[in-house]
Design a protein around this ligand. Structure first.
Ligand code: ZN
Length: 299
């Protein structure tokens, strides 16, 4: 079933586990990850980016169709929406969550813009994730991976002022492939967890190490983003399969299964495996009572 991301992360946060938010760039990724979620009875979040979707409306319809047919809760988050208009367009297209990244702006500007987005998103039942501090790129990890960590004082203020549903924090992970060994600042993470009243999000989960991920999920992280590892899993499976002749027809199955096994692994290391629940969908027009609803029928 297609649900808001808030339902998934709130539950994870309260019960002390994390949920993998995996790259859902195309139908192959979607089928693979939902397959893994159903087989392990786990809730699932997809992330995708503005520049990978030729038509966000078509894309959201596709994900929602697969999600609604699934026996587990599935949410879809527009990751790193580059500006305000992109985030609002994401809400319009049908994402059940939007992540707004204004982490390079000064605090007050960042908070002001995020607060406005929260008002719009919440009025139609869409979850908002924002980032404070800056999660850099793994390629530059030795240099910029060690800057712009999230400050606990600022984080507390930011959460209170904006009304966001979850906060992406910079505690030592990085996007993409690491050059150097990731060192997560668990003391900082624990303090952020203590000070902030919302679930925390870890970006740059790929290559961060299973133990680090597990430990982070025990300390307030309720969502872990994995993008590069998803692509890598498909690629590795394909290289191992060494397809030739008519076995070439297995091309897509090999990639799908490679991704599926990786997502199952993510459910294990986040503590998310087996945590799915069943419920009546709450997202969108039904939640707002715009479909005629029960009240009308009773009259
Ligand atoms: Zn990110």
């Amino acid at each position: 079933m297609y649900v808001t991301m808030k339902e998934i992360v709130d539950r994870a946060y309260k019960e002390g586990y994390g949920v993998p938010a995996v790259l859902g760039e195309n139908e192959t990724c979607i089928i693979a990850a939902i397959g893994a979620a159903e087989e392990t009875k786990s809730p699932l979040i997809f992330i995708n980016f503005v520049d990978t979707m030729p038509d966000p409306f078509f894309y959201c319809r596709m994900v929602k169709t697969y999600a609604d047919q699934a026996s587990v809760p599935v949410a879809l988050c527009l990751d790193h929406s580059p500006d305000f208009a992109d985030a609002v367009a994401g809400i319009q297209a049908g994402f059940s969550a939007v992540m707004i990244d204004r982490s390079r702006l000064p605090f007050d500007e960042n908070a002001k813009e995020v607060k406005e987005l929260v008002r719009i998103a919440h009025s139609v039942g869409v979850t908002v994730e924002a980032e404070l501090g800056h999660v850099g790129d793994g390629e530059n990890y030795e240099t910029d991976g060690k800057t712009a960590f999230t400050d606990p004082d600022e984080a507390q203020r930011f959460v209170e002022e904006t009304g966001i549903d979850c906060l992406a924090v910079a505690v030592g992970t990085a996007h993409g492939a690491y050059r150097g060994t990731p060192k997560i600042q668990f003391d900082r993470l624990r303090e952020l967890h203590e000070r902030c009243s919302v679930p925390l999000v870890l970006h740059g989960g790929s290559g961060s190490g299973d133990e680090n991920i597990y430990k982070a999920c025990q300390n307030g992280i309720a969502k872990v983003n994995f993008a590069r590892d998803i692509v890598q899993a498909g690629y590795d499976a394909l290289m191992e399969a060494k397809l030739e002749g008519d076995s070439m027809y297995d091309f897509f199955d090999v990639i799908t299964n490679g991704i599926k096994e990786k997502v199952k692994h993510f459910f294990e290391i986040t503590g998310c495996k087996g945590k799915a629940w069943s419920q009546i969908p709450e997202f969108g027009v039904q939640k707002l009572g715009l479909e005629g609803g029960k009240e009308h029928e009773d009259k």
